[in-house]
Ligand binder design. Structure first.
Ligand code: PLP
Length: 494
């Protein structure tokens, strides 16, 4: 509460205060969205900047909302990188939307912790329904739906999704081969797989020596070669090891590479391995019939993951994981302490999502996905995705028309990988030029892009997919990149 007679009587859930402050906060955020283009996209502050601006200890007495919002404007926003800016082209997008925001707000307002069905039946049941809806939009195989042994669950991140399925697979194999066989379990992926697999292996006790990171090539657009996978598996089997987990990608982080799912699935099946598909970014595009082909082969997967918080207008965090065998997850992750026992769970009548994830507590995240699906509808969501892909095509065309630049890998979705072309085949110099261009572009504050390395080449990534991005922002971004590049190249010549 603000200063006054009620100073010492805290009323943390005063409806009228919420009404008043809530309106002001929504106004503040709406104004932020309206003026978001006035901020440098990438925050330009120096490390430690905030320590000099805020007091050393928390206030003893209440301050006003105005005071706090003034500080947000003056001290916090300069240290914010504006992920929702229409000129944010870095990493992959992390979409917000009015529907997602309202869902978050409702979830915060209800303030439930839905770890078991009994703790809020609607939270569990809505999650099951909404994940079934999305599975149908993606045309996932029936076994991923909640009516049988499978089902979907919302995790906080693709990394958590990967960790839980890796643990489920590990334990399935340990039950079969004995607990001492953990040292023999081998994981397979391509060298383009997200680092979350390495982290999941570190956490789940899979030794780095047992992680096969298979080399990919530019000639096959950085897709995992099935022949190499089979050869490696055969060699491991001969050595008495146990191949147990294959992670394939649909839309890698570096370049949106798509692995040949059908061929990989056959190999996984033949060798009785767990087959996981990471479609964290590109999964969203697969609700469009013309992009669904990129997950053909998902029929043979044991688990499939996409982040609704990337390119599906659902505010962070909302990572969707489907499994065919929910019991593999619950056998690995369930606990049943006395203090959580209840009739519905004991009678096995319900799903308790606490047994499908790492933490106990969980938020009512399905609300925001439900709001997104209902307030926009799947046809609008398809158009949304298609528009970003069209903008990416436009950007790709602009890049390819400039002789100073080249497209490095073919564009599939809405990521364009490009670079300044090397002069006289000097790759080292070319890498430095691209690094310098990246710094120059990002310190302009006018846009934010990031880089990766592919076959030793430093590559710039323009990931289109922020909710406010329009054609004019893409054109403006390209203009800034071209101007900075011309300046750099001219400076080098003099
Ligand atoms: N997989 C892919 C293909 C990604 O691009 C990313 C992040 O960008 C991840 C996994 C990790 O996502 P999260 O931050 O949800 O763990």
């Amino acid at each position: 509460m603000e200063n006054g007679s009620s100073r010492n009587v805290l009323k943390p859930m005063d409806s009228e205060q919420l009404r008043e402050y809530g309106h002001r906060m929504v106004d503040f955020i709406a104004d932020y969205y309206k003026t978001i283009e006035n901020f440098p996209v990438l925050s330009q502050v120096q490390p430690g900047y905030l320590h000099n601006l805020l007091p050393d200890s928390a206030p003893d007495h209440p301050e006003t909302l105005e005071q706090v919002l003034d500080d947000v404007k003056a001290k916090i926003l300069p240290g914010v990188t504006h992920w929702q800016s229409p000129s944010f082209f870095a990493y992959y997008p992390s979409n917000s939307s009015v529907a997602g925001f309202l869902g978050e707000m409702l979830s915060a307002g209800l303030g439930i912790v839905g770890f078991s069905w009994i703790t809020s039946p609607a939270a569990t049941e809505l999650e099951m329904i909404v994940l079934d809806w999305l599975a149908k939009l993606l045309n996932l195989p029936e076994q991923f739906l909640s009516k049988g042994n499978g089902g979907g669950v919302i995790q906080g991140s693709a990394s958590e999704a990967l960790l839980v399925v890796l643990i489920a697979a590990r334990d399935k194999f340990l039950r079969r081969f004995g607990k001492n066989s953990v040292e023999k379990l081998v994981v397979y992926s391509s060298d383009q797989t997200h680092s979350s697999l390495q982290k999941a292996c570190q956490i789940s006790g899979i030794h780095p020596e047992n992680c096969r990171v298979l080399k990919t090539f530019s000639s096959t657009n950085y897709a995992l070669p099935p022949e190499l996978l089979q050869e490696t598996i055969s060699r491991d089997l001969e050595a008495g090891l146990i191949p147990f987990f294959l992670c394939a990608n649909v839309g890698t982080t570096s370049s949106t590479a798509v692995d040949p799912l059908a061929a990989l699935g056959k190999i996984a099946k033949r060798n009785e391995m767990w087959f996981h598909i990471d479609a964290a970014y590109a999964g969203s595009a697969c609700i469009c019939p013309e992009y669904r082909q990129y997950i053909d082969g998902v029929e043979s997967a044991d688990s499939f993951n996409m982040n609704a918080h990337k390119w599906f207008l659902t505010n962070f965090d909302c990572s969707l994981l489907w499994v065919k065998d929910k019991y593999a997850l619950t056998e690995a992750l369930s606990t049943n302490p006395e203090y959580l026992k209840n009739k519905a769970s004991q009678a096995n009548l319900v799903v308790d999502y606490k047994d499908w994830q790492i933490p106990l507590g969980r938020r009512f995240r399905s609300l925001k996905l439900w709001m997104v699906l209902r307030l926009y509808g799947s046809e609008t969501l398809k158009s949304y995705i298609r528009n970003h892909i069209k903008l990416a095509k436009d950007f790709e065309r602009l890049v390819s028309q400039d002789p100073n630049f080249e497209i490095v890998t073919p564009r599939i979705f809405s990521l364009v990988c490009f670079r300044i072309v090397p002069s006289k085949n000097d790759e080292k110099k070319c890498n430095n030029q691209n690094r310098n261009l990246l710094d120059a572009v990002n310190s302009s504050g006018k846009l934010f892009i990031t880089h990766t390395a592919l076959s030793g080449k430093i590559v710039l990534r323009c990931a289109i997919g922020a909710p406010l991005t329009e054609e004019k922002h893409v054109k403006e971004a390209w203009k800034v990149i071209q101007e900075e590049a011309s300046y750099l190249l001219r400076k080098e010549k003099t």
